[in-house]
Design a protein around this ligand. Structure first.
Ligand SMILES: Cc1ccc(Cc2cc(O)c(O)c(C(=O)NC/C=C/[C@H]3O[C@@H](n4cnc5c(N)ncnc54)[C@H](O)[C@@H]3O)c2)cc1
Ligand SMILES: [Mg+2]
Length: 214
């Protein structure tokens, strides 16, 4: 039977990356996507911007929406402080199964909590289920029409505190116009656009970094 792209991406990690070495996993995925098959990971160029935001925030608690194959969860987790953790939500069980193996190959199972389910269902349950008060950083990279409703849901569920950072991928391509309009015009956020390119291409894309003001 025909393999899927996530399965081929995992095979490339297991072939080319060193077990327990997260940076070699990130490199193996980026090389696979540049040389073999494009895949919708945040990628190396936007990944450097992600790295700088994670290092600046030094977050104890991170939420990621849309794990896909686990590339950005691994990239974030290897920059977290000793007790820092990331909860990443993925509703496609096949993608979650691949991501779990990518995370295991990187040796980051202790730092990454992968939850299989939809963000809209899980955001209201995170506080009680995982004993999280608020998130220091949220990385949005799931279906683009969910960025705005999920941001409003996180506000309503009290998951954001004064100073929480939202970092949104793909605000240009594929684009998240309703989210951008809201976040850039809301008095409750201070936003900044980081111009970059769609992963592994020359097409313009970028990340929007927004600080929740409370
Ligand atoms: C026209 C066009 C097409 C594609 C691109 C290229 C391009 C470039 C990119 O960086 C992209 O992030 C994307 C993109 O579409 N990302 C969507 C990512 C989904 C993953 O997240 C999962 N998921 C989706 N909604 C939820 C949800 N509520 N709760 C939990 N998991 C969810 C899915 O199960 C997938 O695992 C696309 C550019 C332009
Ligand atoms: Mg993306």
């Amino acid at each position: 039977t025909q393999s899927t792209r996530p399965q081929r991406l995992l095979a490339a990690v297991q072939k080319n990356a060193t077990r327990g070495d997260p940076r070699s996993v990130v490199l193996a995925i980026d090389q696979f996507c540049r040389q073999k098959e494009w895949a919708m990971n945040v990628g190396d160029e936007k990944g450097c911007i992600l790295d700088s935001v994670v290092s600046e925030v030094n977050p104890g608690a991170v939420l990621e929406l849309g794990t896909y194959c686990g590339y950005s969860a691994v990239r974030i987790a290897c920059l977290l402080p000793p007790h820092g953790k990331i909860i990443t939500l993925e509703f496609n069980p096949d993608n979650a199964a691949i991501a779990r193996q990518v995370i295991a190959w990187a040796g980051l199972e202790e730092k990454i909590q992968l939850v299989v389910g939809a963000s809209g269902d899980w955001i209201p349950k995170i506080k009680e289920q995982f004993g999280v008060k608020t998130f220091d950083l949220v990385f949005l990279d799931h279906w683009k029409d969910r960025y705005l409703p999920d941001t409003k849901l996180m506000e309503e569920c009290g998951l954001l505190r004064e100073g929480s950072i939202l970092l949104a991928d793909n605000v240009i391509c594929p684009g998240t116009p309703d989210y951008l309009e809201y976040i850039r015009n809301s008095p409750r956020y201070k936003s900044q656009y980081f111009k970059s390119h769609l992963e592994y291409t020359k097409v313009e894309d970028g990340l929007e970094k927004s600080v929740f003001l409370g």
